[in-house]
Design a protein around this ligand. Structure first.
Ligand code: HH2
Length: 281
């Protein structure tokens, strides 16, 4: 049995119910020594907690905490190491009245994060393992289903698609159906084409151009382009100088239906969206 795809006006997200009437900003906190975007600046719990507070004060609607880098070629960390990095930060941030998302692809980490109060699980493997579906189904948390071709360690080694948009679309549809069949309500699900995860520059651009097709399934579309290599390829700029390019890509995604944008620069993103929203699309 397939569930009807009714466009969700809200995303149910643990303790919160988030209105999708305007685009939501998800601020990134990487509690990692090796993330591509911020190179270990927030690897210590105190630095990560302070950064999350800053992003919340700047107007983040969701804070996304990751304790494993998934940059191309990144070495995986053990679940024990991931939890040791994650839990002190998650526990300290519970008192912040902001939804807390945990960026993880391990079922054990998902279970521990939900027990520690996470409001959302952001799985860059799109809940492809049955254990990850069991970890989230009996809860109220939101689930972000992201598309990635293969594994972070190998995903950029000659990615190839027959038709990238159709394949990503079909794959996301299959994963959302698997979550729905396990009892996850449609209002708890967001989908994400996974910009930069096993895709060439042209694949990424095609996915961004054709975002309305993904948005057509009724699940809110989350997009992460912030500081990514496609911005570098288009501007010739290093990671630390990609804000203008990231904002342009973010607005192009919002214009094509993205409802949640995952960004490192929350204040600048909010400003860009305030102007965008005032003009209307
Ligand atoms: N991108 C990254 C990590 N997690 N999750 C979703 N849903 N969508 C994305 O586009 C996405 C993601 C990569 O960015 P970052 O967290 O800054 O880098 P790293 O993986 O090196 O920590």
């Amino acid at each position: 049995m397939t569930a009807p795809q009714i466009p969700a006006a809200v995303l149910r997200c643990g303790r919160f119910e988030l209105s999708l009437d305007r685009p939501l900003v998800m601020g990134v906190v990487n509690v990692t020594p090796d993330s591509f975007s911020d190179g270990g600046s927030f690897a210590k719990p105190d630095a990560a907690i302070a950064h999350a507070r800053l992003l919340s004060a700047e107007g983040a609607d969701i804070v996304d905490i990751g304790a494993e880098s998934t940059r191309p070629g990144a070495a995986p960390v053990t679940p024990d190491e991931e939890l040791a990095r994650l839990l002190p930060v998650l526990e300290a941030l519970r008192e912040l009245q902001v939804p807390l998302s945990v960026d993880t692809r391990r079922a054990r980490v998902m279970r521990a994060a939900i027990a520690a109060g996470a409001d959302m699980i952001n799985d860059v493997e799109g809940f492809r393992s049955p254990e990850s579906i069991s970890a989230v189904c009996d809860s109220a948390i939101a689930c972000c289903v992201m598309h990635m071709l293969g594994e972070p360690s190998t995903m950029q080694q000659a990615p190839g698609y027959r038709d990238v948009v159709s394949e990503v679309d079909e794959w996301l549809h299959g994963r959302t159906q698997a979550l729905r069949l396990a009892g996850v309500e449609a209002s708890r699900i967001a989908i994400d084409p996974g910009i930069g995860f096993g895709k060439t520059l042209e694949d990424n651009l095609r996915l961004l151009r054709d975002l309305p097709r993904l948005a057509g399934h009724g699940f809110p579309v989350l997009v992460g382009v912030s500081r990514k290599s496609l911005i570098g390829a288009l501007t010739g700029r290093p990671v630390g100088e990609r804000l203008a390019g990231s904002l342009a890509a973010m607005l192009a995604a919002v214009a094509r239906g993205a409802r949640i944008v995952r960004v490192h620069d929350v204040a600048a993103t909010r400003d860009a969206l305030a102007v965008w929203n005032a003009i209307g699309d």
